[in-house]
Design a protein around this ligand. Structure first.
Ligand SMILES: Cc1cc2nc3c(=O)[nH]c(=O)nc-3n(C[C@H](O)[C@H](O)[C@H](O)COP(=O)(O)OP(=O)(O)OC[C@H]3O[C@@H](n4cnc5c(N)ncnc54)[C@H](O)[C@@H]3O)c2cc1C
Ligand code: SF4
Ligand code: SF4
Ligand code: SF4
Length: 388
C-alpha cells in the first residue's frame, strides 16, 4: 500500500486514490495545507494497485521532441480573459465542438480549486485563467476513464504532475485522449492563500465574489491580482506589490515536490504544453503587444494533428525551442527552495492573525542581495547582447 516517507516524493496527483478498488485512500491536508494520501488500513486488501498507479514510484516515459511556437488567439476578447495568448480556449472549443469533454481547474462556490469537466462551450470559461493554487483532482481520472470507455474524446488539462498521474492511472495509450499541461513554476499552499483571502475579506467587510490571479487589463508582463468582494469593492495589486504573489514567486510556500519536480522536461508526456512566452520581445518582437503571447510546445503526433487543424484561429510563428525556454526555465527545471521556508511554516499557525506581516518578514531581501541581483541582471543582459 502507498506510504509517504518523504513529502517531496508525492506531487498530490491522487492517482493512487483513483486506483484503489476499496476506496480506502483519502487525500488529507497536512499542517502546511497540502494534500497527501492516507490509507484506512482496516479496509486495505494489500492489492498493490495504488503503488502501480503512482507516477513517482513507476515513472512513465516517452520519446517526444517538441516543436515550439509563439501564438496569439485571433479572438481578442478571449485572449484578454486568458492568462497568456488564449490558446487553451481554441483547443478546448475544438474538442467540445467534436462531441468531446474538457477537464480543467475551476473554483467551486467556496473558492476551493477543484478539477471538473464540461461538455459545453460556456463551461470552458470556468477553466480560463491561471489559478496559482493546487487543484484537487477528486475522482476525475476515473471519470476520464469512463468517458474513454464510451469512445468520447477527452481533453485533460492540468499541471505536468497531474498529467503524469492521469497517464500512470490510465496505463495505456488512447487515441481519444488529448493531454495538455502548463509550464509550471510550482503550486503555493492553499492554506496560506485561504488565510490571506480571509484577511482581505475582513479588511473589506465582505465575502469574495471573484478571484483573478492574472489580470491583464493594463499589462501582461506586469499583471495584477484582483479580488472582487460581495459589496462590489475590489482589491487589486500589481504582481510584485501583492504580498501573497511575492511569497509565491520567492518560493516561500510551494509544495515540497515542486522543489524537486519529476515532471518537468522537454520530453513531456502531454500532447501539447501551454505557457507564457516570457522574453517574446527578444525573440519575436512583432508578436509582443503586452496583451499576452503563449509559448506552445507541440509534443506528440496527436498534438501536431490537432494544432495544425487550428492554425487559422491563431497568429503564430515557429521558434527555436531552446531559445524560447531560455527565458522560461520553469519549463525544464525546478525552482530552488527558499531557505526561510521551514521558519515560515513553523510560525504559520501562531501568526495566522497577520499572514501578510509573516510573509513580509520572510520575503525581505537585504540591501546587499538586491545590489548583487541587479549586477547579475545587468551582466546577463550584456552576455545576451554578445551572444546575438
Ligand atoms: C500554478 C501555475 C504555475 C504556472 N507557472 C508558469 C510558469 O512558470 N511559466 C509559464 O510560462 N507559465 C506558467 N503557468 C501557465 C500560464 O500562466 C498560463 O496558464 C498558460 O500560459 C495558459 O494560458 P492560456 O492563455 O492559453 O489559457 P488560460 O485560459 O489562461 O489557461 C487555462 C488553463 O490552465 C489550467 N489551469 C489553471 N489553473 C490551474 C491550476 N492551478 N492547476 C492546473 N491547471 C490549471 C486550466 O484548467 C486551463 O486548462 C502557470 C500556471 C499555473 C496554474
Ligand atoms: S493496496 Fe489496494 S486496497 Fe490497499 S490502499 Fe492500495 S489500492 Fe487500496
Ligand atoms: S499517486 Fe500521486 S498522490 Fe498518490 S502517492 Fe503517488 S504522487 Fe502521491
Ligand atoms: S512544479 Fe512539478 S510537482 Fe509542482 S505542481 Fe508543477 S508539475 Fe507538479
Amino acid at each position: 500500500m502507498i506510504k509517504i516517507n518523504q513529502k517531496q516524493n508525492c506531487s498530490g496527483c491522487s492517482s493512487c486514490v483513483n486506483a484503489c478498488p476499496k476506496h480506502c485512500i483519502e487525500m488529507v491536508e497536512d499542517n502546511e495545507g497540502f494534500l497527501y494520501p492516507q490509507v484506512d488500513v482496516s479496509k486495505c486488501i494489500d492489492c498493490g494497485l495504488c503503488e502501480r498507479a503512482c507516477p513517482i514510484i513507476n515513472k512513465v516515459s516517452t520519446e517526444h521532441t517538441p516543436t515550439a511556437y509563439a501564438c496569439i488567439n485571433k479572438n481578442e476578447n478571449i485572449r484578454l480573459q486568458s492568462s497568456s495568448g488564449g490558446v487553451f480556449t481554441i483547443i478546448a472549443e475544438n474538442v467540445i465542438n467534436n462531441g468531446g469533454v474538457v477537464f480543467g481547474a475551476a473554483f467551486d462556490d467556496k473558492f476551493n480549486l477543484v478539477h471538473i469537466y464540461t461538455n459545453t462551450i460556456l463551461g470552458i470559461s470556468k477553466f480560463r485563467g491561471s489559478k496559482y493554487l493546487q487543484s484537487k483532482i477528486g475522482d476525475t481520472y476515473n471519470q476520464t476513464k469512463e468517458f474513454l470507455g464510451k469512445g468520447t474524446k477527452v481533453l485533460f488539462s492540468g499541471t505536468p504532475c497531474q498529467i503524469s498521474g492521469l497517464l500512470s492511472y490510465i496505463g495505456r495509450p488512447d487515441n481519444n485522449l488529448i493531454c495538455m499541461d502548463i509550464i509550471c513554476h510550482g503550486v503555493p499552499s492553499p492554506k496560506v492563500f485561504r488565510m490571506y483571502r480571509t484577511k482581505l475579506e475582513k479588511q473589506h467587510c465582505a465575502t469574495t465574489r471573484r478571484i483573478t490571479f492574472k489580470c491583464k487589463d493594463s499589462s501582461w508582463k506586469n499583471y495584477s491580482i484582483s479580488l472582487l468582494f460581495s459589496n462590489n469593492k475590489e482589491y487589486k495589486k500589481v504582481v510584485m506589490q501583492d504580498i501573497f504573489m511575492k511569497g509565491f514567486l520567492q518560493n516561500l510556500y510551494l509544495r515540497p515536490s515542486c522543489y524537486d519536480c519529476k515532471s518537468k522536461s522537454l520530453n513531456r508526456l502531454s500532447d501539447i504544453t501551454i505557457g507564457d512566452f516570457w522574453g517574446i520581445e527578444n525573440i519575436v518582437p512583432e508578436l509582443d503587444d503586452d496583451k499576452g503571447t503563449s509559448l506552445i510546445l507541440v509534443n506528440s503526433d496527436k498534438g501536431k494533428t490537432m494544432f495544425n487543424q487550428l492554425r487559422d484561429k491563431m497568429i503564430l510563428k515557429q521558434v527555436n525551442c531552446d531559445e524560447a525556454i531560455k527565458y522560461n526555465s520553469s519549463a525544464i527545471e525546478s525552482v530552488p527552495i527558499n531557505s526561510k521556508r521551514d521558519k515560515f511554516f513553523k510560525n504559520l499557525d501562531s501568526r495566522s492573525d497577520d499572514i501578510s506581516e509573516l510573509i513580509s518578514k520572510y520575503t525581505k531581501i537585504s540591501f546587499f542581495k538586491r545590489v548583487y541581483r541587479k549586477m547579475g541582471a545587468i551582466l546577463s543582459k550584456e552576455k545576451r547582447k554578445l551572444l546575438k
